[in-house]
Design a protein around this ligand. Sequence first.
Ligand SMILES: [Zn+2]
Ligand SMILES: [Zn+2]
Length: 333
Amino acid sequence: MRAEEAASQLAEIAYLLREREDHYRARAFSKAAAALLNERPDLDSLRKQNRLDSIPAVGAGIARTLAELVDHGTSPYLTRLREQDSDEPASGLDLAGYRGDLHTHSDWSDGKATLIDMALAAAKRGYEYLAVTDHSPRLTIVHGLDPQRLIQQRRLIDDVNPELDGLTVLQGCEVDILEDGSLDLPDEALAALDIVIVSPHIKLRQEPAAMTQRMLRAVSHPHVNVLGHPTGRRPGSRPGAQYDFAAVFKLAAQRGVVMEIDCDPARMDLSVEHAKLALGLGCDFSFDSDAHHPDELVYPELGLWSARRAGIPSERMLNWLPLAQLREVLQRG
Ligand SMILES: [Zn+2]
Ligand SMILES: [Zn+2]
């Protein structure tokens, strides 16, 4: 079994444990999954030598689960967790053909690496494009960017792009959806961006009728491309916003706003259930890491199981589009 395939299954176990509020074991499985992706060990040969526990972050218990995966392709533990969840895998989506990440952060806001380091890491992964989508000004604690700083960041991106071999950095912004559904940047600033993600970060507990109006207004905005982590949930610790999901997804589909599957293991937002609903209502998707560090660019690999279980084919995902086609889709407004 390939390391990335095993990682995806460990990540699914982590997710199901987190939903059961078993945070300690969830974290252990998440860490092991990330280690598999960063180290890419030869699992078959380690299994033969009985040395699966030599992989960083893999203790005896997780080594047993890995041994089952290598020997049988499945883990009875995962099967048991899934049965409680009663959801079967539904598509054979894989990441061959994944061309770029559309939601990442740099140290222009709360990222831990420079924009250039993020770009180099994305180029190393073979991506064709990387959208750097730092926060908007309302989030002052993370140094959100105002229009002036966005102009400066654009100059940097214009300077960097010709130096990058085969990778294009797109300038985006993760714009806050304010309490009334208006956006945290003026239209001229939004129009100058390559991609606009709008996300709910504050007042997630607004009562559902008001929250529905807020989200409908946000996806109606002509410059918006993506609804980022659409509920703001944190599985196992924060439930996320409640609103009329069907109404918002339907309007988004009509308006050409895609739904994000944010693959940060602490988020997995949309959930499988909501992604299925959005798919059925005609939405397309953006499948992103929300990385704040180059090491976190692996998150789409960790979230792959969720898109499979939701039955989403690659044709419905922006990240599988070549750059020229992606740009056409993004210039909708
Ligand atoms: Zn966010
Ligand atoms: Zn983000």
